[in-house]
Design a protein around this ligand. Structure first.
Ligand code: AMP
Length: 277
């Protein structure tokens, strides 16, 4: 596995790399969710590139950026064991060199949910992913459905800007109690970690209602909120029952529904979702 740190070295290493090329963008602190993306990329690509870059432009609060867990030595070992051929681990100045002055803003699909809760977040995501797509020129890039809206935003961007990289959505990898794996879980105490199972349990309670034929979006949102309220440590940011294509809230559930939520446990902001139907 080769580790490269500059745009120029990345291009040089990939110039003659066997194709097709699969890209897995990450912010590090790798876990089984990231590994599943690399394994999928490995199965479909001759060369697998992982990026590890904690992108300051997608964080609202400096404290969140600074507190984001980092351990490069461990990440490189995990990436190699998972089957990555190349890791791109640049400094911030390499991704955003002096004079950098472009922002990629995706429209309506980026505005509700995470976009509303975290102003500027998807501008940061779309900008860094556009840079990665341009630098790597992969046939395919692999993203986790845990960040459902992120996939929708990146797909929109790739389509609109005619970027030739296909966006491949991959299933959410969960802990045995259902908690979606996330680098942020590392910031929970053992007690908070147990409490965090309420996110998945609440989504499942809502999904059960939908599967049983509930037609009112508001009733399902209320049921999810009710389930979250059983955990006093859970501070709700939003609960949504939305159209999976537009992310508009559903008044009547007459098609597939995306149930999603953002909840703080011990101040750590966690998100999860489930697609029903
Ligand atoms: P991150 O390092 O959190 O930016 O995530 C990098 C990629 O891994 C994104 O495409 C995420 O959606 C994906 N990912 C994060 N957690 C999981 C998970 N539990 N299961 C599957 N993919 C995940």
């Amino acid at each position: 596995m080769q580790v490269v740190r500059t745009r120029a070295d990345l291009r040089a290493v990939l110039a003659n790399a066997p194709r097709p090329l699969g890209l897995v963008p990450t912010m590090g602190w790798l876990h089984a969710g990231h590994v599943s993306l690399v394994e999928r990329a490995r199965a479909e690509s001759a060369t697998v590139v992982m990026s590890i870059f904690v992108n300051p432009r997608q964080f609202g609060e400096a404290r969140d950026f600074e507190g984001y867990p980092r351990n490069e030595a461990r990440d490189l070992a995990v990436a190699e064991a998972a089957g990555a051929d190349v890791v791109f681990a640049p400094d911030v100045d390499e991704v955003y060199p002096s004079g950098f002055d472009t922002v990629v803003t995706v429209g309506a699909i980026s505005r509700p949910l995470e976009g509303a809760a975290r102003p500027g977040h998807f501008d940061g995501v779309a900008t860094v992913v556009a840079i990665l797509f341009a630098l790597v020129g992969a046939e395919r890039a692999y993203f986790g459905l845990k960040d459902y809206q992120q996939i929708a935003v990146i797909r929109r961007m790739a389509l609109d800007l005619a970027l030739p990289t296909e966006v491949v959505p991959c299933p959410t990898v969960r802990e045995p109690d259902g908690l979606a794996m996330s680098s942020r879980n590392a910031r929970l105490t053992p007690d908070g970690r147990i409490r965090a199972a309420v996110l998945h349990n609440a989504l499942e309670a809502g999904a059960e209602l939908v599967r049983a034929g509930a037609a009112s979006g508001e009733a399902v949102r209320a049921a999810v909120r009710g389930a979250l309220a059983t955990e006093p440590g859970a501070v709700v940011d939003y609960v949504s029952v939305a159209d999976p294509d537009t992310l508009a809230e559903l008044e009547t559930i007459d098609r597939r529904a995306l149930l999603s939520l953002a909840v703080r446990i011990e101040g750590v902001r966690l998100i999860d979702n489930v697609l029903v139907g």
